[in-house]
Write a protein that binds this ligand. Structure first.
Ligand code: FES
Ligand code: FES
Length: 218
């Protein structure tokens, strides 16, 4: 027998595979055949209606219609034009998206916008009082606490929330005595309490100095 008599060509494999599929599909239950047809047609997408939401951000009411799956960060940046909060990782790991909700710092990339109707939201755009910078903002400028500046809005919002936590006597992992109340804000404390905010430029020494300065003013 000549070698070419039993050589399997690519075309033969494809034709054989298609025939086998048709044979198998015809023998399957109706539901399974439907599933096969759906897979061939691609994923089914069901449109989700946008729903009206109102937010109070930086002391101003905002009304917007959003897909209920929209994160607070995307709502701020993409739908409300408040682009001060930055998207670094979108996974809760860098802190670039930090905003204040009812005075407490959160990662806005990990929170759905729809959860925050009725909350008092403060972004970096809302910290200054007119032309008067917030003391933490002023300290960052005075101490040169940024390089590229991408992490800076999150660092500043986080520092504002953190200083409030210190004032309220919340301990941190670096506190020697967690029952001792308000801790002295040593550099070690500042670094621990700000550890959720990553700076790719390593401006940390100046950030720590800025927060130490601001802690005496707020
Ligand atoms: S973008 Fe939210 S933590 Fe990084
Ligand atoms: S200043 Fe560049 S990431 Fe912090």
């Amino acid at each position: 027998m000549a070698e070419t008599d039993y050589r399997i060509t690519r075309r033969a494999v494809l034709e054989g595979g298609a025939a086998t599929c048709l044979f198998l599909a015809s023998g399957l239950p109706v539901g399974a055949q439907d599933a096969g047809a759906t897979m061939a047609a691609g994923p089914v997408t069901t449109p989700i209606a946008r729903i009206p939401m109102t937010f109070r951000i930086n002391a101003t009411e905002h009304a917007v219609k959003l897909d209920p799956r929209t994160t607070l960060l995307d709502a701020l940046r993409n739908h409300l034009g408040l682009t001060g909060s930055k998207k670094g990782c979108d996974h809760g790991q860098c802190g670039a998206c930090t905003v204040l909700v009812n005075g407490r710092r959160i990662n806005s990339c990990l929170s759905l916008a729809v959860q925050h109707e009725g909350d008092e939201i403060t972004t970096i755009e809302g910290l200054a009082d007119g032309d008067q910078l917030h003391p933490v903002q002023a300290a960052f400028v005075a101490r040169d606490g940024f390089q590229c500046g991408y992490c800076t809005p999150g660092q500043i919002c986080s520092a504002v929330g953190m200083l409030e936590e210190v004032r309220a006597g919340w301990p941190s992992h670096a506190s020697a005595d967690v029952a001792a109340g308000a801790a002295a804000l040593r550099d070690e404390e500042i670094r621990e309490r700000m550890s959720g905010n990553i700076c790719r430029c390593a401006a940390y020494p100046n950030i720590v100095a800025a927060i130490r300065d601001a802690s005496e003013e707020v």
